[in-house]
Design a protein. Structure first.
Length: 156
């Protein structure tokens, strides 16, 4: 069941979300390093004609890559479990679904924003974001999918 957030509900989760975002960015960096090490080793093996294959090293590099990818998926899953969406890891862009004038839209947040300051439609991009104004505040709502009322997600 989808969850829709009020601005206040989304802002209340920002400390947790920011920690998970930073964790995801760090793990992604580890994943990129592991992938680079694995590719470098593969090139060395290819240049040696396969005669210098250290299977223990190959397995260790493969496992590093695999575990980093699993950790990244886990961090992203924890964000999804509370109802928000990771839109862009490079930008640090997180979305919180909400309802505005009976249509689902997305509150958006980046660490530089300080708080929930912007929103955009599901077909829009970050560049099309609009500032939250009094009109938006008066006509948006949160709650569980299918109608008003909050649904909970456990923050871990």
């Amino acid at each position: 069941m989808a969850r829709w957030f009020t601005i206040a509900e989304a802002e209340q989760l920002l400390p947790y979300v920011e920690v998970r975002l930073r964790e995801a960015q760090a793990v992604r960096h580890e994943l990129q390093a592991a992938e680079g090490n694995f590719q470098h080793h593969q090139r060395l093996v290819a240049l040696s004609g396969g005669s210098l294959v250290n299977l223990n090293r190959v397995f260790a590099l493969r496992d590093q890559r695999k575990f980093a990818l699993e950790r990244l998926k886990g961090v992203i899953e924890r964000l999804h479990q509370i109802g928000c969406r990771l839109r862009d890891l490079d930008l640090g862009l997180i979305e919180f679904p909400t309802v505005y004038r009976d249509a689902e839209v997305l509150l958006c947040w980046r660490p530089e924003d300080g708080g929930i300051r912007y929103w955009y439609g599901p077909e829009d991009s970050y560049k099309g974001r609009r500032e939250i104004d009094e009109e938006f505040r008066a006509h948006h709502r949160g709650g569980a999918g299918g109608g008003p009322g909050a649904s909970g997600g456990t923050v871990r």
